[in-house]
Design a protein around this ligand. Structure first.
Ligand code: PLP
Length: 447
């Protein structure tokens, strides 16, 4: 059993991310003790299927010995090497090369970060530097998509379009702009794919015209919007937006922090749509959450423009822990697992998960089922015809989360009645079936 003192210590000292501090103090922490495969065990010994891979990150599943081995060996041999002073480490160089070999197009240059937020932040700095080198520093306006999430760093958070991440902070983001989401289930233009794509292209064009084409630096998208509620664009949407950016001469940045590393099937979701971005951000599945790491991928054009533009001057962007050798060693081990069968298993299990969740579509509370690969959502409504959202006051997300927990399932319960799924790619058929069964039970117990 979890000792009361641990709960008290947490209450008194540990500040949790994205939480109501007072609500959390009242509820008390749930401590996770151990995990193996897709199963996590809490401090009381209760075992649960982790239908969300931690925070959509433990793609390889828990307890993978080859990852533990790689980290241990690297810690023994060389636990740290800076990238400053032109120093480096073998795993970091090898990981950069292996990844560059697999990224779409000419995204051949990798800058490692500690996670997704600082990867997004880094792109903003690189883009500003790029335009400075090109002699067009006035291109300083950024556009992203409503319902999008791009982290919570001080600058990059502006690209995040979820009100929660802005309320109370009062930071000025007047150089960051949004266009409406493609959100087919709740789109004012209806749910016809061609109409949605045309509306998004028109919205981007209108926004660029409003700001002035010579002022707009870049457009940011998630191939599938994650934290906004797993919102999947119609086929062809990503490509249409990419092509529009090329035509308007603005950079196209794909934020693959969630969708990268097998979450939707291939190593990178852009590949699903045949899209080559100018820059791409990743994190999470890069190290499968075992240690922190993110990565920014830059095209030849961007890297060379910055490199030539700066000439002999140092480009003043860097972190102590960029390209950390232990994280890089983990990244290499994880990549081996993905290509040694995990991606393939993820694709099979993703199809099973989608079919399983689809089978719940007739449930009175299920308004929408959507997803791709091992990334899915159910949107709960109280009236299917009117698409009336589950009332947050009567049925708070925390209660739905707790109910699923009691049923032995960890899922993401979003505030707007959306249930999010991102299980580890190592799941077995029976684990996927159990995720679906436990979801059905949770739905039956809701409202
Ligand atoms: N970008 C996207 C698309 C994300 O989903 C996230 C996190 O969920 C981030 C950026 C921020 O990543 P991190 O939480 O590692 O800082």
């Amino acid at each position: 059993m979890l000792s009361n003192s641990l709960i008290e210590l947490d209450r008194a000292h540990l500040v949790h991310p994205v939480a109501s501090y007072r609500g959390h103090e009242k509820a008390g922490v749930r401590v996770l003790k151990s995990a193996k495969g897709a199963t996590v065990t809490d401090a009381s010994g209760k075992q649960l299927l982790d239908g969300f891979a931690g925070l959509w990150c433990v793609n390889a599943g828990y307890g993978q010995e080859s990852i533990v081995e790689a980290a241990t060996q690297q810690m023994r041999e060389l636990p740290y090497a800076t990238g400053y002073f032109s120093l480096g480490s073998e795993p970091a160089i090898r990981l950069a090369a292996e990844l560059a070999d697999r990224t779409p197009g000419d995204l051949n240059h990798v800058y490692f970060t500690l996670g997704g937020s600082d990867a997004v932040d880094s792109t903003i700095r690189f883009i500003r530097y790029y335009y400075h080198c090109k002699g067009t520093p006035q291109k300083d306006q950024f556009i992203s998509v409503e319902q999008g999430y791009h982290g919570s760093s001080t600058v990059g958070a502006g690209l995040t379009a979820l009100p929660l991440f802005h309320a109370g902070f009062g930071l000025p983001f007047d150089w960051q702009h949004k266009i409406p989401s493609h959100y087919a289930y709740r789109n004012p233009v209806g749910n016809d794919p061609a109409t949605i794509i045309a509306a998004s292209v028109a919205a981007l064009r209108a926004k660029v015209e409003e700001l002035g084409a010579d002022r707009v630096a870049a457009f940011y998208v998630e191939p599938i919007q994650g934290s906004g509620g797993v919102i999947v664009p119609p086929d062809g949407w990503l490509k249409a937006m990419r092509d529009t950016c090329a035509e308007l001469d603005i950079l196209f940045i794909a934020d693959e922090v969630i969708t990268g590393f097998g979450r939707t099937g291939p190593l990178f979701a852009c590949a699903d749509d045949g899209v080559v971005p100018d820059m791409m951000t990743t994190a999470k599945g890069l190290t499968s959450g075992y240690v922190p790491m993110g990565a920014v991928f830059m095209s030849d054009k961007i890297y060379n423009t910055i490199a030539d533009g700066a000439g002999a001057a140092a480009i003043g962007h860097g972190y102590t822990y960029s390209a950390h050798p232990v994280s890089a060693a983990v990244g290499l081990a994880v990549l081996k697992l993905y290509e040694g069968g995990l991606l393939e298993n993820g694709r099979k299990m993703g199809a099973r998960l989608m079919a399983g969740l689809e089978s719940l579509r007739d449930h009175p509370l299920v308004g929408d089922v959507r997803g791709r690969g091992m990334l899915a959502a159910i949107e709960m409504v109280v009236d299917k015809d009117k698409k009336t959202p589950l009332p947050a006051a009567a049925e708070p997300a925390k209660r739905v989360f707790d109910r699923a927990w009691d049923n032995g399932l960890v899922i993401r319960a979003f505030a707007n009645g959306i249930l999010g799924y991102a299980p580890p790619l190592c799941c077995t058929e029976s684990e996927i079936d159990a995720i679906v069964e436990r979801t059905a039970k949770t739905l039956d117990q809701t409202m």
